[in-house]
Design a protein around this ligand. Structure first.
Ligand code: NAD
Length: 355
């Protein structure tokens, strides 16, 4: 039987609660799918600082690099907010992404039929939305040199090398091949030289994927189109800062932050995590929505372990739980037949996994 090694980083706040539910669902799907999962718990964030004095201990990096994939909860909380910058949980997370070389952030935005009323947009605009933002994560203006400031001036540099564009473009085209076979590349090529290189390079990479239809859009128009008619998009390929903004905008289409998964992938090990944080305001109460994390586990099966059928089983079980009217507190006002706890929702989804 195939066996995979999964590094679990539960982290702080609601992290342990939501990861436990994802593991419950993963174990259910593995038992019907002919593979087994071995888990290793690794420390990171405030809890790691409390025990080791470091938010990202070296054993966590080596443990992650020794695994097939990392399933990540969330880190951070007020207790650690006043530590020196390098000791804060968030610094550990940035360092972790850098160490793993995860240059592509994949953020799907899916609107479940049962929750069309939970979106801030009209139901007819969001019904059926199923798009994926592929954002470059470790280049662009957040990292470009020169950067700095003095008393009267501040400056940053948006820089991309051809190689950086090539590798992120390949990610987007490969993902499009598993979906609707359309890539819309977002840039500002009418103004920025770096965007002209981006556009040219994406077009070159596109020639290797003749089945995928490529289009281009300026970022200001894309921000508008995402609200006007989000269904026109399949895969949106974009650089770091544009992707930062557009992926948050896209996440609002689906209604609750507790639903949205993400994957950060690169040359080595990928990190699969909900887009939300550690939600200290509801931690320990058993009311957090575990669906974003369970859905991240599905992405992990699909992209890291290539267990597509098992991933589909999880996605179907989530849909079934929602269509049967089960809701956690964050979605209680949207056609709930029964409001359930974090652990009840995990068990319901695990029970709905098809054999
Ligand atoms: P947050 O995402 O933790 O919470 C924002 C709001 O959404 C809160 O009201 C919270 O209760 C709610 N919420 C979040 N996840 C939910 C879920 N699964 N179910 C139901 N409700 C949910 O953002 P924040 O409050 O700005 O940050 C809290 C802490 O998390 C901070 O320390 C921040 O630095 C950290 N953070 C960590 C990550 C990460 O680990 N990747 C990401 C963002 C924020």
């Amino acid at each position: 039987m195939k066996s995979y090694k999964i590094a679990l980083i539960k982290g702080d706040g609601i992290g342990p609660e939501i990861i436990d539910e994802a593991v419950k669902v993963l174990d259910a799907v593995a038992s019907y799918s002919g593979f087994s999962l071995q888990y290793e718990d690794l420390l990171m964030g405030g809890c790691a600082y409390d025990i080791t004095g470091d938010p990202l201990p070296q054993e966590t990096i080596s443990g992650a690099l020794n695994s097939d994939a990392v399933l990540f909860g969330a880190i951070g909380g007020e207790k650690w907010d006043n530590l020196p910058r390098e000791k804060r949980p968030e610094s550990g997370l940035l360092r972790f992404r850098k160490e793993l070389g995860v240059y592509a952030n994949l953020r799907p935005a899916v609107v479940y039929d049962e929750l069309v009323n939970a979106s801030s947009l009209k139901p007819e605009i969001v019904r059926g939305v199923d798009l994926m933002v592929v954002r470059e994560l470790i280049g662009g203006i957040y990292f470009g040199e020169p950067k700095g400031r003095d008393e009267t001036k501040g400056w940053n540099t948006m820089v991309y090398t051809r190689d950086e564009i090539v590798r992120i473009a390949h990610q987007a085209f490969k993902i499009a091949m598993t979906r609707g076979k359309r890539v819309c590349s977002i840039d500002k090529a009418n103004v920025l030289d770096v965007s002209q290189l981006w556009r040219e390079t994406v077009e070159e990479v596109a020639t290797e994927y003749p089945e995928v239809e490529l289009s281009h859009m300026y970022v200001d128009n894309a921000a508008m189109q995402l609200i006007r008619d989000p269904k026109q998009f399949d895969v949106m390929l974009t650089g770091n800062i544009f992707g930062d903004i557009l992926s948050d905008e896209a996440s609002m289409l689906s209604g609750s932050i507790g639903l949205l998964p993400s994957a950060s992938v690169g040359a080595k090990i990928g990190v699969y995590e909900p887009i939300h944080g550690s939600a200290p305001d509801i931690a320990g109460q058993g009311i957090a929505n575990p669906i974003a994390t369970i859905s991240s586990a599905s992405m992990m099966l699909k992209y890291a372990l290539k267990e597509e059928k098992a991933a589909d089983k999880i996605d179907n079980a989530i849909k079934k739980a929602l269509s049967e009217g089960y809701r956690t507190g964050d979605l209680a006002q949207f056609d709930a037949k029964e409001v359930c706890s974090t652990s009840e929702m995990g068990s319901i989804i695990a029970n709905y996994i098809e054999k």
